[in-house]
Design a protein around this ligand. Structure first.
Ligand code: AMP
Length: 356
C-alpha cells in the first residue's frame, strides 16, 4: 500500500523503516524541506493547512496517518472526507487540548490529577487557591516535551507564569508526587483486536523523556490496559496509542495520551516480537496485528542535542544505535539507543551514560 503520513519526523521515519519490508511505500507531508523521514519516501513540502497539498496527498496514497499531534484537526477532517484516516481525527482533536483530554479521561472514569481550567488572571488566582502550591500550569494546546508549562511553587512563580502565558487558555494541575511514570502502549486493529506491550517505565528530564525501561509482569499492567481500553472504545480507535500515567501507591492517574506511536515504545524495535511501528502500520492498513510479547528486558535512552561516538556505543554488548539523521540543535531529539539487557533487570550502565 501507499501510506501518507502527516509529519516527516523521526516517528514517520521509523514507521517507514518498519513498512518497507512489508512492501509499503510512503508519502510524507511536512513543512520542513529537510524532514528526516524524506530519504524513506516521497516528501511533499507544504504547510499542514495547505488544501492543495492535502488533496494531492489524498490522491497519491491509500490511507493517511500522522506522526505528531499539532496537525490542525481541520486538515484531518478535510482528508477524512476523501480517504481513510487512522487514528480517527476525533482522537487527535481530544489529545490536542489538555482540557478536553482530561475531561474525557474523567468522563470514562479514568482518574487524573485534579485540574482547573484557566482563562483569566482571576481564574488562575482561584485555581491556585483551590489546588494549592506546588501546581503545574499548562497551555491547553500546542504544548509538548515540557514546553508551554510552568511549575508554580510560589506566588512569584504564579505572576511570572501568568505573564509568559500571554493570554493563552490553560489548565492548572495539582502537582503529583508520583512514585513512577509509566506508559501503556496498545494497538487496535480495524476488526477491533487489541494488544498491549509490557508497560514502559519512563524518566523525564526538563519535561523531555530521557530513558525508558521495559517492565515484565508489572503489577500495574492490567489496570493500565483496562483504562486504555476504555479510551480505545470511546474513540473508536484504530492504530497505536500511548497513555502516560503517574503511579501513586496502587493508583494510576492518567496524565495524557498520544494518538500515535510513542517515544516510550522505541524499545519495541529490537525488544518486542513486532515493533510499535510495524503494528501501527498493520492496524491502519487493515492487516492482522503482530504479537507484542517482549524478547527480553530492554532499556532505551534518548539522544538529545548531540550524538555520542557511534564506535563507542556499538562496542557495548546489546546496544543498538538509532540515528535519525537530523541536524544537531540544543535539546533536539537526534536519536536513541536501545540496550538489550537479556534476562537482567533493565538499567542503563554508567559506561553508556558517560558517552553522552
Ligand atoms: P506532560 O507534557 O504533561 O507530559 O508533562 C511532562 C512531564 O512533566 C511529565 O512527564 C511529568 O514528569 C511532569 N508533570 C506533568 N504534569 C505533572 C503533574 N501534574 N505533577 C507532577 N509532574 C508532572
Amino acid at each position: 500500500m501507499i501510506i501518507g503520513i502527516l509529519g516527516g519526523g523521526q516517528l514517520a521515519r521509523m514507521m517507514a523503516l518498519a513498512g518497507h519490508p512489508l512492501g509499503h511505500r510512503f508519502v510524507f507531508l511536512d513543512p520542513a524541506p529537510d524532514a528526516c523521514a524524506a530519504p524513506l519516501g516521497e516528501l511533499l513540502v507544504a504547510s499542514y493547512d495547505d488544501q492543495n497539498a492535502l488533496a494531492q496527498l489524498a490522491r497519491q496514497v491509500d490511507v493517511v496517518t500522522f506522526d505528531f499531534e499539532n496537525v490542525p484537526a481541520a486538515s484531518l477532517a478535510f482528508l477524512a472526507e476523501k480517504i481513510s484516516v487512522f487514528p480517527p481525527p476525533a482522537a487527535l482533536q481530544a489529545a490536542q487540548d489538555r482540557l478536553v483530554e482530561k475531561n474525557l479521561f474523567r468522563q470514562l472514569g479514568i482518574a487524573t490529577a485534579d485540574y482547573v481550567a484557566v482563562a483569566s488572571r482571576d481564574d488562575l488566582t482561584q485555581a491556585v487557591a483551590r489546588l494549592g502550591l506546588p501546581a503545574i500550569l499548562k497551555t491547553r494546546t500546542q504544548g509538548y516535551d515540557g514546553k508551554g508549562q510552568w511549575l508554580l511553587r510560589t506566588q512569584a512563580d504564579v505572576a511570572h507564569a501568568w505573564s509568559e502565558l500571554a493570554g493563552r487558555a490553560a489548565i492548572l494541575e495539582a502537582f503529583i508526587a508520583f512514585e513512577r511514570e509509566v506508559s501503556a502502549i496498545g494497538v487496535k486493529g480495524q476488526c477491533g483486536e487489541t494488544l498491549f506491550y509490557p508497560l514502559a517505565e519512563n524518566t523525564h528530564r526538563d519535561g523531555v523523556l530521557f530513558q525508558t525501561l521495559s517492565t515484565a509482569d508489572d503489577p500495574m499492567q492490567v489496570r493500565a490496559e483496562q483504562q486504555t481500553s476504555l479510551l480505545l472504545a470511546a474513540l473508536d480507535y484504530v492504530g497505536v496509542i500511548a497513555v502516560e500515567f503517574f503511579q501513586v501507591g496502587d493508583n494510576l492517574l492518567a496524565n495524557e495520551f498520544a494518538p500515535r506511536v510513542h517515544n516510550s515504545g522505541h524499545w519495541t524495535i529490537e525488544g518486542a516480537e513486532t515493533s510499535q511501528f510495524e503494528n501501527h502500520l498493520r492496524a491502519v492498513t487493515g492487516q492482522p496485528l503482530g504479537q507484542t510479547v517482549a524478547r527480553g528486558h530492554f532499556a532505551m535512552l534518548n539522544l538529545l542535542g548531540a550524538m555520542p561516538d557511534a564506535q563507542a556505543v556499538l562496542a557495548i554488548p546489546g546496544a543498538h544505535l538509532h540515528d535519525y539523521g537530523k541536524a544537531p540543535r540544543a535539546g533536539r531529539k537526534l536519536g536513541h539507543i536501545t540496550l538489550n539487557c537479556g534476562d537482567r533487570t533493565p538499567v542503563l550502565p554508567d559506561k553508556l551514560l558517560d558517552l553522552l
